[in-house]
Design a protein around this ligand. Structure first.
Ligand SMILES: *[C@@H]1O[C@H](CO)[C@@H](O)[C@H](O)[C@H]1NC(C)=O
Ligand SMILES: *[C@@H]1O[C@H](CO)[C@@H](O)[C@H](O)[C@H]1NC(C)=O
Ligand SMILES: *[C@@H]1O[C@H](CO)[C@@H](O)[C@H](O)[C@H]1NC(C)=O
Ligand SMILES: *[C@@H]1O[C@H](CO)[C@@H](O)[C@H](O)[C@H]1NC(C)=O
Ligand SMILES: *[C@@H]1O[C@H](CO)[C@@H](O)[C@H](O)[C@H]1NC(C)=O
Ligand SMILES: *[C@@H]1O[C@H](CO)[C@@H](O)[C@H](O)[C@H]1NC(C)=O
Ligand SMILES: *[C@@H]1O[C@H](CO)[C@@H](O)[C@H](O)[C@H]1NC(C)=O
Length: 552
């Protein structure tokens, strides 16, 4: 029997007419803690408590119907302490403190102990802000103590309140968090992924970052790996999406038929097998909540199912720690290396083939819109696809090599992770950053071109630094027309030169000739600033002596 017993409330207290504080509205309260109460991230709770034994809640639900929140004694409905509210289509609001009398009956409390502060609605969401005392003395309200609470959240699609027919979620939560203890909030994103019986699978999904109304800092990422009897999760990468990206839904192959699942290439963090959490330095963290910040991330999980076991379900993901207590600086990520498109090519049958991409930062100030402060680089992440065997980045100033920034000569595609610098390295605007990648294509019979799919190649070094500027990438690529001519191919533009590579008779000699020509060719440097598209193109002469960098 699913009778709806709500009429009693509707006719009595249910309509409220709150005074309007139109002039000088108080700023929204700073609620330190927050969490999604449901797996689809539709119900978002923020809360905080004060010395007056009051706890304030803000419930944000993706509905324009009624919303409900409350406490259950042990997870069951009877005996639960519930508040319900919403905004009618005509703008009137309703709010009530109730309790669940039995499986089908919701009754309004005699004593109304929850105080509504506001309830608002826009095209998509209803937001209800309210507070109550930890102990109300009403037997129909449950005390809020230091124990874990069993929360209940529910909502409907319209304003006809039918508590037992709405969508309902329950969640155990510890509410009595204190300052000084884990200072930040937390959100967890978990995959629910049916791992196919394939050796290698790259699964991607897009998830929204915490909905914060003012600037917050993400100071820590942590992988959450579901234990299985075999190592299933190989690595996890988190990429930031620009706020203009059109985000696809669901989970799919990262580099499969739908190219949208490879969107967002700015790495934020990465862990390899067995990786621990990554914490940013004390002085800098990743900003969220301002118009310059990412709103979505792409989560990429690499699964290895070497035993080809069928029917495996994995639910691994990431935990994100964020806080309104801001660090001194925002973290920026500079993508350097070779611009990932088909002008970058790797001949087949090469035991070792080196490619180069140059970043000339002399235009940074102009591209940034103001002077760029020195970049304090504290970490890096190297990235190629399957044929990468080594990655190296070096810094030059006034034509001289200052140092190797980072290198891995035994690079393993399966071990992509953020690595800290031994000490902070300063990059000044005007410096050049040269990235060299070493590829091996003995197992390939055709040319490998630059691009996003796993069968394409990349040659990138992500530099993590502070303070953040507007430059998101600075990558180069060689003049392919020059390479084609050295290889005695006819071509009058870059596209013809690219196609001509298929007609080269590749043997170990032509591979060496191509490598040398690519090294000597002028580099075109592409610098991209956040939300500036298309990227502006800067031509830079390639006189720099690449031999300085890597003595054979
Ligand atoms: C708004 O709509 C509700 C529900 O239909 C109704 O009870 C209420 O009287 C209306 N309020 C006004 C001010 O018209
Ligand atoms: C509606 O309100 C929610 C919660 O405050 C907010 O996240 C969302 O962006 C708003 N949507 C629109 C269309 O304004
Ligand atoms: C892991 O468990 C599955 C069944 O759940 C079994 O088929 C498989 O052999 C186990 N693997 C190992 C390494 O124990
Ligand atoms: C996206 O970025 C632009 C430019 O920085 C900003 O004006 C805009 O508000 C942002 N959009 C959203 C939805 O935050
Ligand atoms: C980014 O560019 C805008 C102008 O385009 C400038 O106002 C802003 O200060 C720049 N941000 C940083 C961090 O340099
Ligand atoms: C280059 O030589 C190696 C043997 O040293 C051979 O395996 C490879 O196929 C050769 N590459 C080409 C393109 O002929
Ligand atoms: C970098 O750009 C500046 C200004 O365009 C130029 O003077 C310098 O030679 C370039 N560096 C290299 C290595 O090409």
């Amino acid at each position: 029997m699913m009778t709806v017993l709500f009429s009693r409330i509707k006719s009595t207290l249910f309509l409220l007419f709150l005074p309007c504080f139109c002039s000088g509205q108080p700023a929204p309260p700073l609620l330190r803690f927050s969490i999604f109460l449901d797996p689809s991230n539709m119900v978002y709770l923020r809360w905080d408590h004060d010395k007056q034994e009051l706890m304030m809640f803000e419930l944000q639900v993706l509905t324009t119907g009624w919303v409900a929140f409350g406490f259950s004694p042990h997870g069951e409905l009877p005996g639960s302490d519930i508040v319900i509210g919403g905004v009618f289509p005509n703008g009137s609001i309703y709010f009530s403190d109730c309790h669940v009398a039995d499986e089908t009956t919701l009754e309004e409390d005699e004593s109304q102990d929850y105080q509504l502060l506001s309830v608002t609605e826009n095209k998509t969401s209803t937001t209800m802000l309210f507070k109550r005392h930890l102990r109300t003395c009403d037997p129909n309200d449950l005390d809020i103590t230091v124990d874990t609470v069993r929360l209940i959240a529910a909502f409907g699609t319209d304003d006809t309140v039918q508590f037992f027919k709405g969508q309902r979620f329950s969640k155990s939560l510890f509410l009595m968090r204190y300052r000084g203890e884990p200072s930040g909030d937390l959100c967890v994103f978990l995959f629910q992924f049916a791992v196919p019986a394939e050796e290698t699978k790259y699964a991607c999904t897009f998830i929204p970052l915490p909905m914060v109304k003012q600037k917050h800092h993400i100071y820590k990422f942590e992988p959450v790996i579901t234990p299985h009897n075999i190592t299933l999760v190989h690595h996890i990468l988190v990429y930031a999406c620009g706020n203009a990206s059109v985000i696809p839904n669901g989970i799919d192959d990262c580099y499969g038929a739908n190219p949208d699942f490879a969107l967002c290439s700015q790495v934020l963090v990465g862990w390899a097998v067995g990786g621990e959490s990554y914490q940013f330095p004390d002085e800098a963290a990743v900003s969220i909540g301002t118009p310059w910040d990412p709103q979505y991330i792409r989560l990429e999980i690499h699964y290895s199912n070497f035993d080809l076991l069928p029917g495996l379900i994995d639910s691994s993901g990431v935990r994100i720690y964020y806080t309104p207590e801001l660090r001194k600086y925002d973290v920026g990520v500079l993508q350097t290396g070779i611009f990932p498109f088909p002008v970058h090519f790797i001949p087949p049958g090469a035991k070792s083939y080196r490619s180069y991409g140059l970043c000339n930062s002399s235009q940074f100030d102009e591209m940034n819109g103001m002077l760029v402060p020195d970049l304090h680089v504290f970490a890096y992440l190297l990235h190629t696809h399957l044929s990468g065997r080594g990655v190296k980045a070096a810094q030059y100033r006034n034509g001289e090599q200052l140092r190797i920034i980072c290198e891995d000569n035994k690079y393993d595609f399966r071990l992509q992770e953020i690595r800290d610098m031994k000490e902070i390295l300063i990059i000044k605007p005007g410096d050049e950053i040269l990235v060299e990648c070493n590829f091996q294509t003995l197992d390939r019979s055709g040319i490998t071109f630059g691009g996003p799919s796993t069968m394409n190649e990349m040659c990138l070094t992500f530099l993590f630094y502070y303070p953040r500027n507007n430059i998101s990438s600075c990558m180069g690529y060689p003049d392919i027309l020059y390479i084609a001519h050295v290889l005695k191919q006819e071509a009058s533009d870059a596209v013809e030169a690219m196609m001509a590579m298929d007609f080269v008779d590749w043997d170990n000699d032509t591979v060496k000739i191509a490598e040398k020509a690519a090294k000597e060719a002028d580099q075109v440097v592409m610098i991209k600033a956040i939300n500036v598209s298309p990227p502006s193109e800067k031509f830079v002469g390639g006189e720099m002596d690449l031999a300085l960098m890597f003595q054979e």
